[in-house]
Design a protein around this ligand. Structure first.
Ligand code: AMP
Length: 293
């Protein structure tokens, strides 16, 4: 059902509304996005409703998280459709930050960096990306001052970077992850899927299938690195250009050792000009369970 949603493009008016809500004891959940909304984003909004009384969504295509040769200029901007969708999903406030309120000093940015975690996996192939993400999310957290913020597990590394940033800087905000929304054929939903042509779109769900095969192979006893390398080679033979396929420890994305039971297999791979991300979280039986069976 559509509902009243207010759109704010000034920080002062947004803050006034949020402090009114908080003064009357209402809990506020926040979903930051770059717009061009799809089922994945609306899943976060729906989840946010289960956690709070009011849901605030921001749309801001953040220049500092794009590399010089990436798609900042051409990133799809579809505000009208996004607003209608957010109304349908009972969003209370849509925040459209102004560039000069996010970056008041222009290119001279006070950066927020999360070392280590930002330099591996996607961070290794997109230098500066997570610095841009952490820097904009810290600003958005200060602007919105929510009780809870919701991020998608599709961008699992981003979720961990933000958790760490938030804890490190002492934001009194609970960070929640929401599961990956997929199309019926298994492809993780993404604004960048529209860069796929028809033939690529048909082939794209193979990415998720190869990750499932990595999980199956590891459960059958194959070494992690070998299972991941085989999936990567197979994806290459199927026309993908993988940046990586890796099995990691879920808590910190470090290389797992034999005692780690909570794992994740992650990939980033180009198909045509679309860079697709996906991952599967999985648990191995504890060593004592294995020795009992
Ligand atoms: P973006 O607009 O791409 O920056 O994404 C905004 C938020 O939506 C991030 O927290 C993403 O992780 C999340 N998100 C995007 N696609 C999906 C998806 N398919 N499933 C779950 N969350 C998603």
């Amino acid at each position: 059902m559509a509902t009243e949603m207010k759109t704010y493009s000034s920080l002062a008016s947004l803050r006034a509304q949020i402090s009114r809500w908080r003064c009357s004891g209402l809990k506020v959940a926040f979903v930051p996005t770059m717009g061009n909304l799809h089922g994945g984003h609306y899943g976060l909004v729906d989840y946010a409703h289960t956690l709070a009384d009011r849901v605030v969504v921001s749309i801001f295509v953040n220049p500092t998280q794009f590399g010089p040769n990436e798609d900042f200029a051409s990133y799809p901007r579809t505000l009208e459709a996004d607003s209608a969708g957010l109304r349908e999903h009972r969003t209370a406030a849509l925040y459209l930050p102004q560039m000069d309120e996010i970056y008041p000093y222009g290119e001279s940015v006070a950066w927020v960096e999360v070392p280590g975690l930002s330099e591996i996996l996607c961070g290794a192939v997109r230098p500066g990306h997570f610095r841009g993400v952490a820097s904009v999310v810290a600003r958005l957290f200060n602007h919105v001052a929510p009780d809870i913020a919701v991020f998608g597990e599709k961008d699992f590394q981003q979720l961990l970077v933000i958790r760490r940033m938030s804890t490190d800087l002492g934001f009194p905000i609970e960070i929640r992850g929401a599961p990956i929304a997929r199309d019926p054929d298994g492809l993780a939903q993404s604004s960048r899927n529209q860069y796929l042509d028809a033939a690529e779109r048909e082939r794209a769900p193979v990415l998720f299938q190869r990750l499932q095969e990595v999980v199956d192979a590891i459960r059958a006893g194959q070494p992690y690195a070998q299972a991941a390398a085989e999936a990567s080679a197979q994806l290459e033979s199927e026309g993908f250009r993988p940046d990586y396929v890796e099995v990691r420890r879920r808590s910190d994305l470090n290389v797992p050792d034999a005692s780690d039971r909570e794992l994740i297999v992650l990939t980033a791979a180009y198909l045509g000009r679309a860079r697709l991300l996906d991952n599967i979280q999985f648990d191995l039986p504890s060593v004592s369970d294995v020795s009992r069976s």
